[in-house]
Ligand binder design. Structure first.
Ligand SMILES: [Zn+2]
Ligand SMILES: [Zn+2]
Length: 322
C-alpha cells in the first residue's frame, strides 16, 4: 500500500535541500578525491597528482576552486619558483563525519578500485574503529529510515539553482581510474532521498525531482542494476512498479545526513528543508562516533591502518549480505 505523497511539497523540499545544494559543489568525483586526499595527509600538488593519477590541469582547477570555496588554505612553501601547499580549513575539517560515512560505505559496498585506507585506528582508545552514526542529543545509534521527517522548503534556496559542478564529463577511458563511489553520484543520492520521503512510483519520482521520463528510466535502471534500488510490481496496480531502498542504499543515508548537515551549517548557512526527529524526541543532529569507545571521531585522532586480513574480518562482522 502506498500512502499518498504531497508531491509539490516534496518537490520544493528537495529543490531547496541543503543536500542538493551541497552536492552541487561536492558531487564531482575528482573534487571528492582531492578532498579525501587532504584527510589522508596530502598537501602538495605532486602528491595528489601521483596519488590519484588526476590530470594536471584538472587538479590545478580543483585546487583553485576548493581554495575559493574556503575548503583549502594555500600556504607558500617555496619562493622560487613559488609553490603552495594546501591545508584543510576548519570548514573542511567539519566535513570529516561525511568522509567517515563515505569510507564506511565504500568498505562495505564499494566495488574496489578506490584509494582508501583498509582500516582506521582510533588513537583515543587504541582500537580499530567502524564509524557509527549517532544522535548528538541522546548518543544512541541512529537509523534515519525510522525517523519522523518533516518538510519545510527553504525560500532562499528555492530561488537559487544548485551550483552546477564545474567538472567536464569524465570520459569512459577514465572509468578504470581509482575513484570514489563509482556507483553513487549526485542524482542517485537525490533519488534515494526521494524514496525515503515516500516517493516509490516512477511518476512521483519524476515529479519531485523534475527529471524527464527517459532520463529517469535510465537512472533507475542503472540503480537497480547496481543494487541501489529494488523494483517490484505494485500489488494494488499491476501496471505500476514500486521502487524500494536496498541495504546498500539505506546505508547511504548516514552520508546523506552528514553532508546535508555540513552544507547547512558550514557552507550555505541555511536550515535544512528536511528535518528528521530522532526517537528521543529531539531534532536529529548527526555525530559520528567510534564503534569501540563511542567518542565523537575527530580527524586528528584517526590513523590509517592497513592490514587486509583483519579488515576483512571487520567487514564480515558487519554482516555484509551476499
Ligand atoms: Zn536521540
Ligand atoms: Zn575509539
Amino acid at each position: 500500500m502506498n500512502r499518498s505523497v504531497d508531491t509539490e511539497l516534496t518537490r520544493q523540499a528537495l529543490a531547496s535541500s541543503t543536500l542538493s545544494h551541497g552536492l552541487g559543489i561536492l558531487g564531482d568525483r575528482w573534487t571528492v578525491q582531492v578532498m579525501l586526499g587532504t584527510f589522508t595527509g596530502l598537501k602538495r600538488f605532486e602528491q595528489w597528482q601521483q596519488g590519484l593519477g588526476i590530470p594536471r590541469h584538472t587538479l590545478a582547477e580543483r585546487l583553485r576552486s576548493l581554495s575559493a570555496l574556503g575548503l583549502l588554505e594555500p600556504r607558500p612553501y617555496q619562493q622560487r619558483p613559488l609553490r603552495h601547499s594546501y591545508h584543510p580549513s576548519a570548514k573542511a575539517l567539519a566535513m570529516y563525519p561525511q568522509v567517515l560515512m563515505m569510507w564506511a560505505w565504500e568498505r562495505r559496498w564499494g566495488q574496489g578500485g578506490v584509494n582508501l585506507p583498509a582500516a582506521l585506528l582510533h588513537r583515543r582508545c587504541g582500537h580499530r574503529l567502524t564509524p557509527k552514526l549517532a544522535c548528538r542529543a541522546c548518543g544512541a545509534d541512529a537509523d534515519i529510515t525510522r525517523m519522523r521527517l518533516q518538510l519545510a522548503p527553504v525560500e532562499a534556496l528555492l530561488q537559487t539553482k544548485p551550483r552546477p559542478t564545474r567538472a567536464p564529463r569524465i570520459p569512459a577511458a577514465a572509468a578504470g581510474q581509482p575513484s570514489l563511489g563509482l556507483r553513487v553520484d549526485r542524482w542517485s543520492l537525490l533519488i534515494v532521498t526521494a524514496v525515503v520521503l515516500g516517493c516509490h512510483h516512477f511518476d512521483e519520482l519524476s515529479q519531485v525531482l523534475g527529471i524527464g521520463p527517459s532520463v529517469l528510466a535510465r537512472r533507475l535502471e542503472g540503480m537497480v542494476e547496481s543494487a541501489l534500488l529494488r523494483c517490484e510490481a505494485d500489488r494494488s496496480d499491476g501496471r505500476r512498479r514500486i521502487y524500494r531502498l536496498t541495504a546498500a542504499s539505506r546505508d547511504l543515508l548516514g552520508y546523506i545526513v552528514c553532508l546535508s548537515h555540513w552544507a547547512s551549517r558550514h557552507h550555505l548557512h541555511q536550515p535544512s528543508s528536511i528535518i528528521p526527529t530522532h526517537s528521543c524526541g529531539h531534532v536529529f543532529e548527526p555525530q559520528v562516533v567510534c564503534s569501540h569507545c563511542r567518542e565523537e571521531v575527530q580527524a586528528r585522532d584517526v590513523l590509517p591502518d592497513a592490514e587486509p586480513d583483519s579488515s576483512r574480518r571487520a567487514n564480515a562482522d558487519q554482516g555484509v549480505p551476499a
